[in-house]
Design a binder for this molecule. Structure first.
Ligand SMILES: NC(=O)c1ccc[n+]([C@@H]2O[C@H](COP(=O)([O-])OP(=O)(O)OC[C@H]3O[C@@H](n4cnc5c(N)ncnc54)[C@H](O)[C@@H]3O)[C@@H](O)[C@H]2O)c1
Length: 241
């Protein structure tokens, strides 16, 4: 129950779904958790979680929140860039430009802004762990979902870039690649899309959000002290060659 004892963790998109499971598990494991989200969460099970308003696609909101966290807690040990959306299921020649830009703004620029504002804090500490939530669609191809694929692939490579750029600053950065997970995001999509992904998953099922949270916990914790620049698929075998 103390795998993140005493750590200050910022988790984006933690009001529901995977981010919420990560926030709850991190708090259970001893972290002080700050959730940044555009939506208000229902009450958390754990008391050591604070909810703050954050639109990850707005750099000034990141700057404000990071300053507030450092003002209150003095440090940020863990950043989980989890907030994201599918946004559009359409291919390149059909997706509306505004939908493309919105998905890139949230999924890709949001991760960039998060790292850009938190990394200076971690550099001062000479320590920190960043977990960027990508997707199986950041590793292998799919039809449609063009902006989502582009953004999630970018997150994968931005994570490797940060890993190597800050390896001398005590900062680790890894990407997490969930397969199908039972969350509100999936509840919103067409049932036949979900069924097709489940059928193509060797384990033949979707994950529970907690199964993703345990992988994030490992990467965030000091147990992963020799792991940086890695991509961890938590996908029931989906991307296994
Ligand atoms: N569910 C899956 O099958 C699956 C698979 C692979 C990857 N992922 C990724 O996992 C992450 C979480 O997905 P989920 O299924 O829990 O989604 P979800 O829609 O259930 O929850 C997403 C959370 O992010 C928040 N959010 C959305 N836009 C935001 C913004 N601009 N700023 C701050 N918060 C914002 C939402 O309010 C919500 O609380 C996403 O990055 C998603 O791409 C999900």
């Amino acid at each position: 129950m103390n795998r993140l004892q005493g750590k200050i963790a910022l988790v984006t998109g933690g009001s529901m779904g995977i981010g919420r499971a990560i926030a709850e598990l991190f708090a259970e494991e001893g972290a002080t958790v700050i959730v940044g989200d555009v939506s208000q969460p229902e009450a958390f099970k754990h008391g050591n979680i604070t909810s703050k308003s954050l639109d990850v696609s707005k750099l000034e909101q990141w700057e404000h929140l990071v300053e507030a966290i450092v003002g209150e807690h003095g440090r940020i040990d863990v950043l989980v860039n989890n907030a994201g959306l599918v946004g559009s299921y359409l291919p390149i020649d059909e997706i509306a430009l505004e939908d493309w830009n919105r998905v890139i703004d949230i999924n890709q620029n949001g991760v960039f802004y998060g790292m850009r504002t938190v990394i200076p804090v971690m550099k001062r500490q000479n320590a920190g762990s960043i977990v960027n939530v990508s997707s199986i669609w950041g590793i292998v191809g799919a039809s449609g979902v063009s902006a989502y694929q582009a953004s999630k692939a970018a997150v994968r490579m931005m994570s490797k870039n940060a890993a190597l750029s800050y390896v001398g600053n005590g900062i680790r950065c890894n990407s997490l690649h969930p397969g199908l997970v039972e969350t509100p995001m999936i509840a919103r999509q067409a049932a036949d899309t979900t069924a097709a992904v489940a059928a193509a998953t060797p384990m033949g099922r979707a994950a529970k959000p907690e199964e993703i949270a345990y992988a994030a916990l490992f990467l965030a914790s000091d147990e992963a002290s020799f792991i940086t620049g890695a991509e961890l698929a938590v996908d029931g075998g989906y991307t296994t060659p």
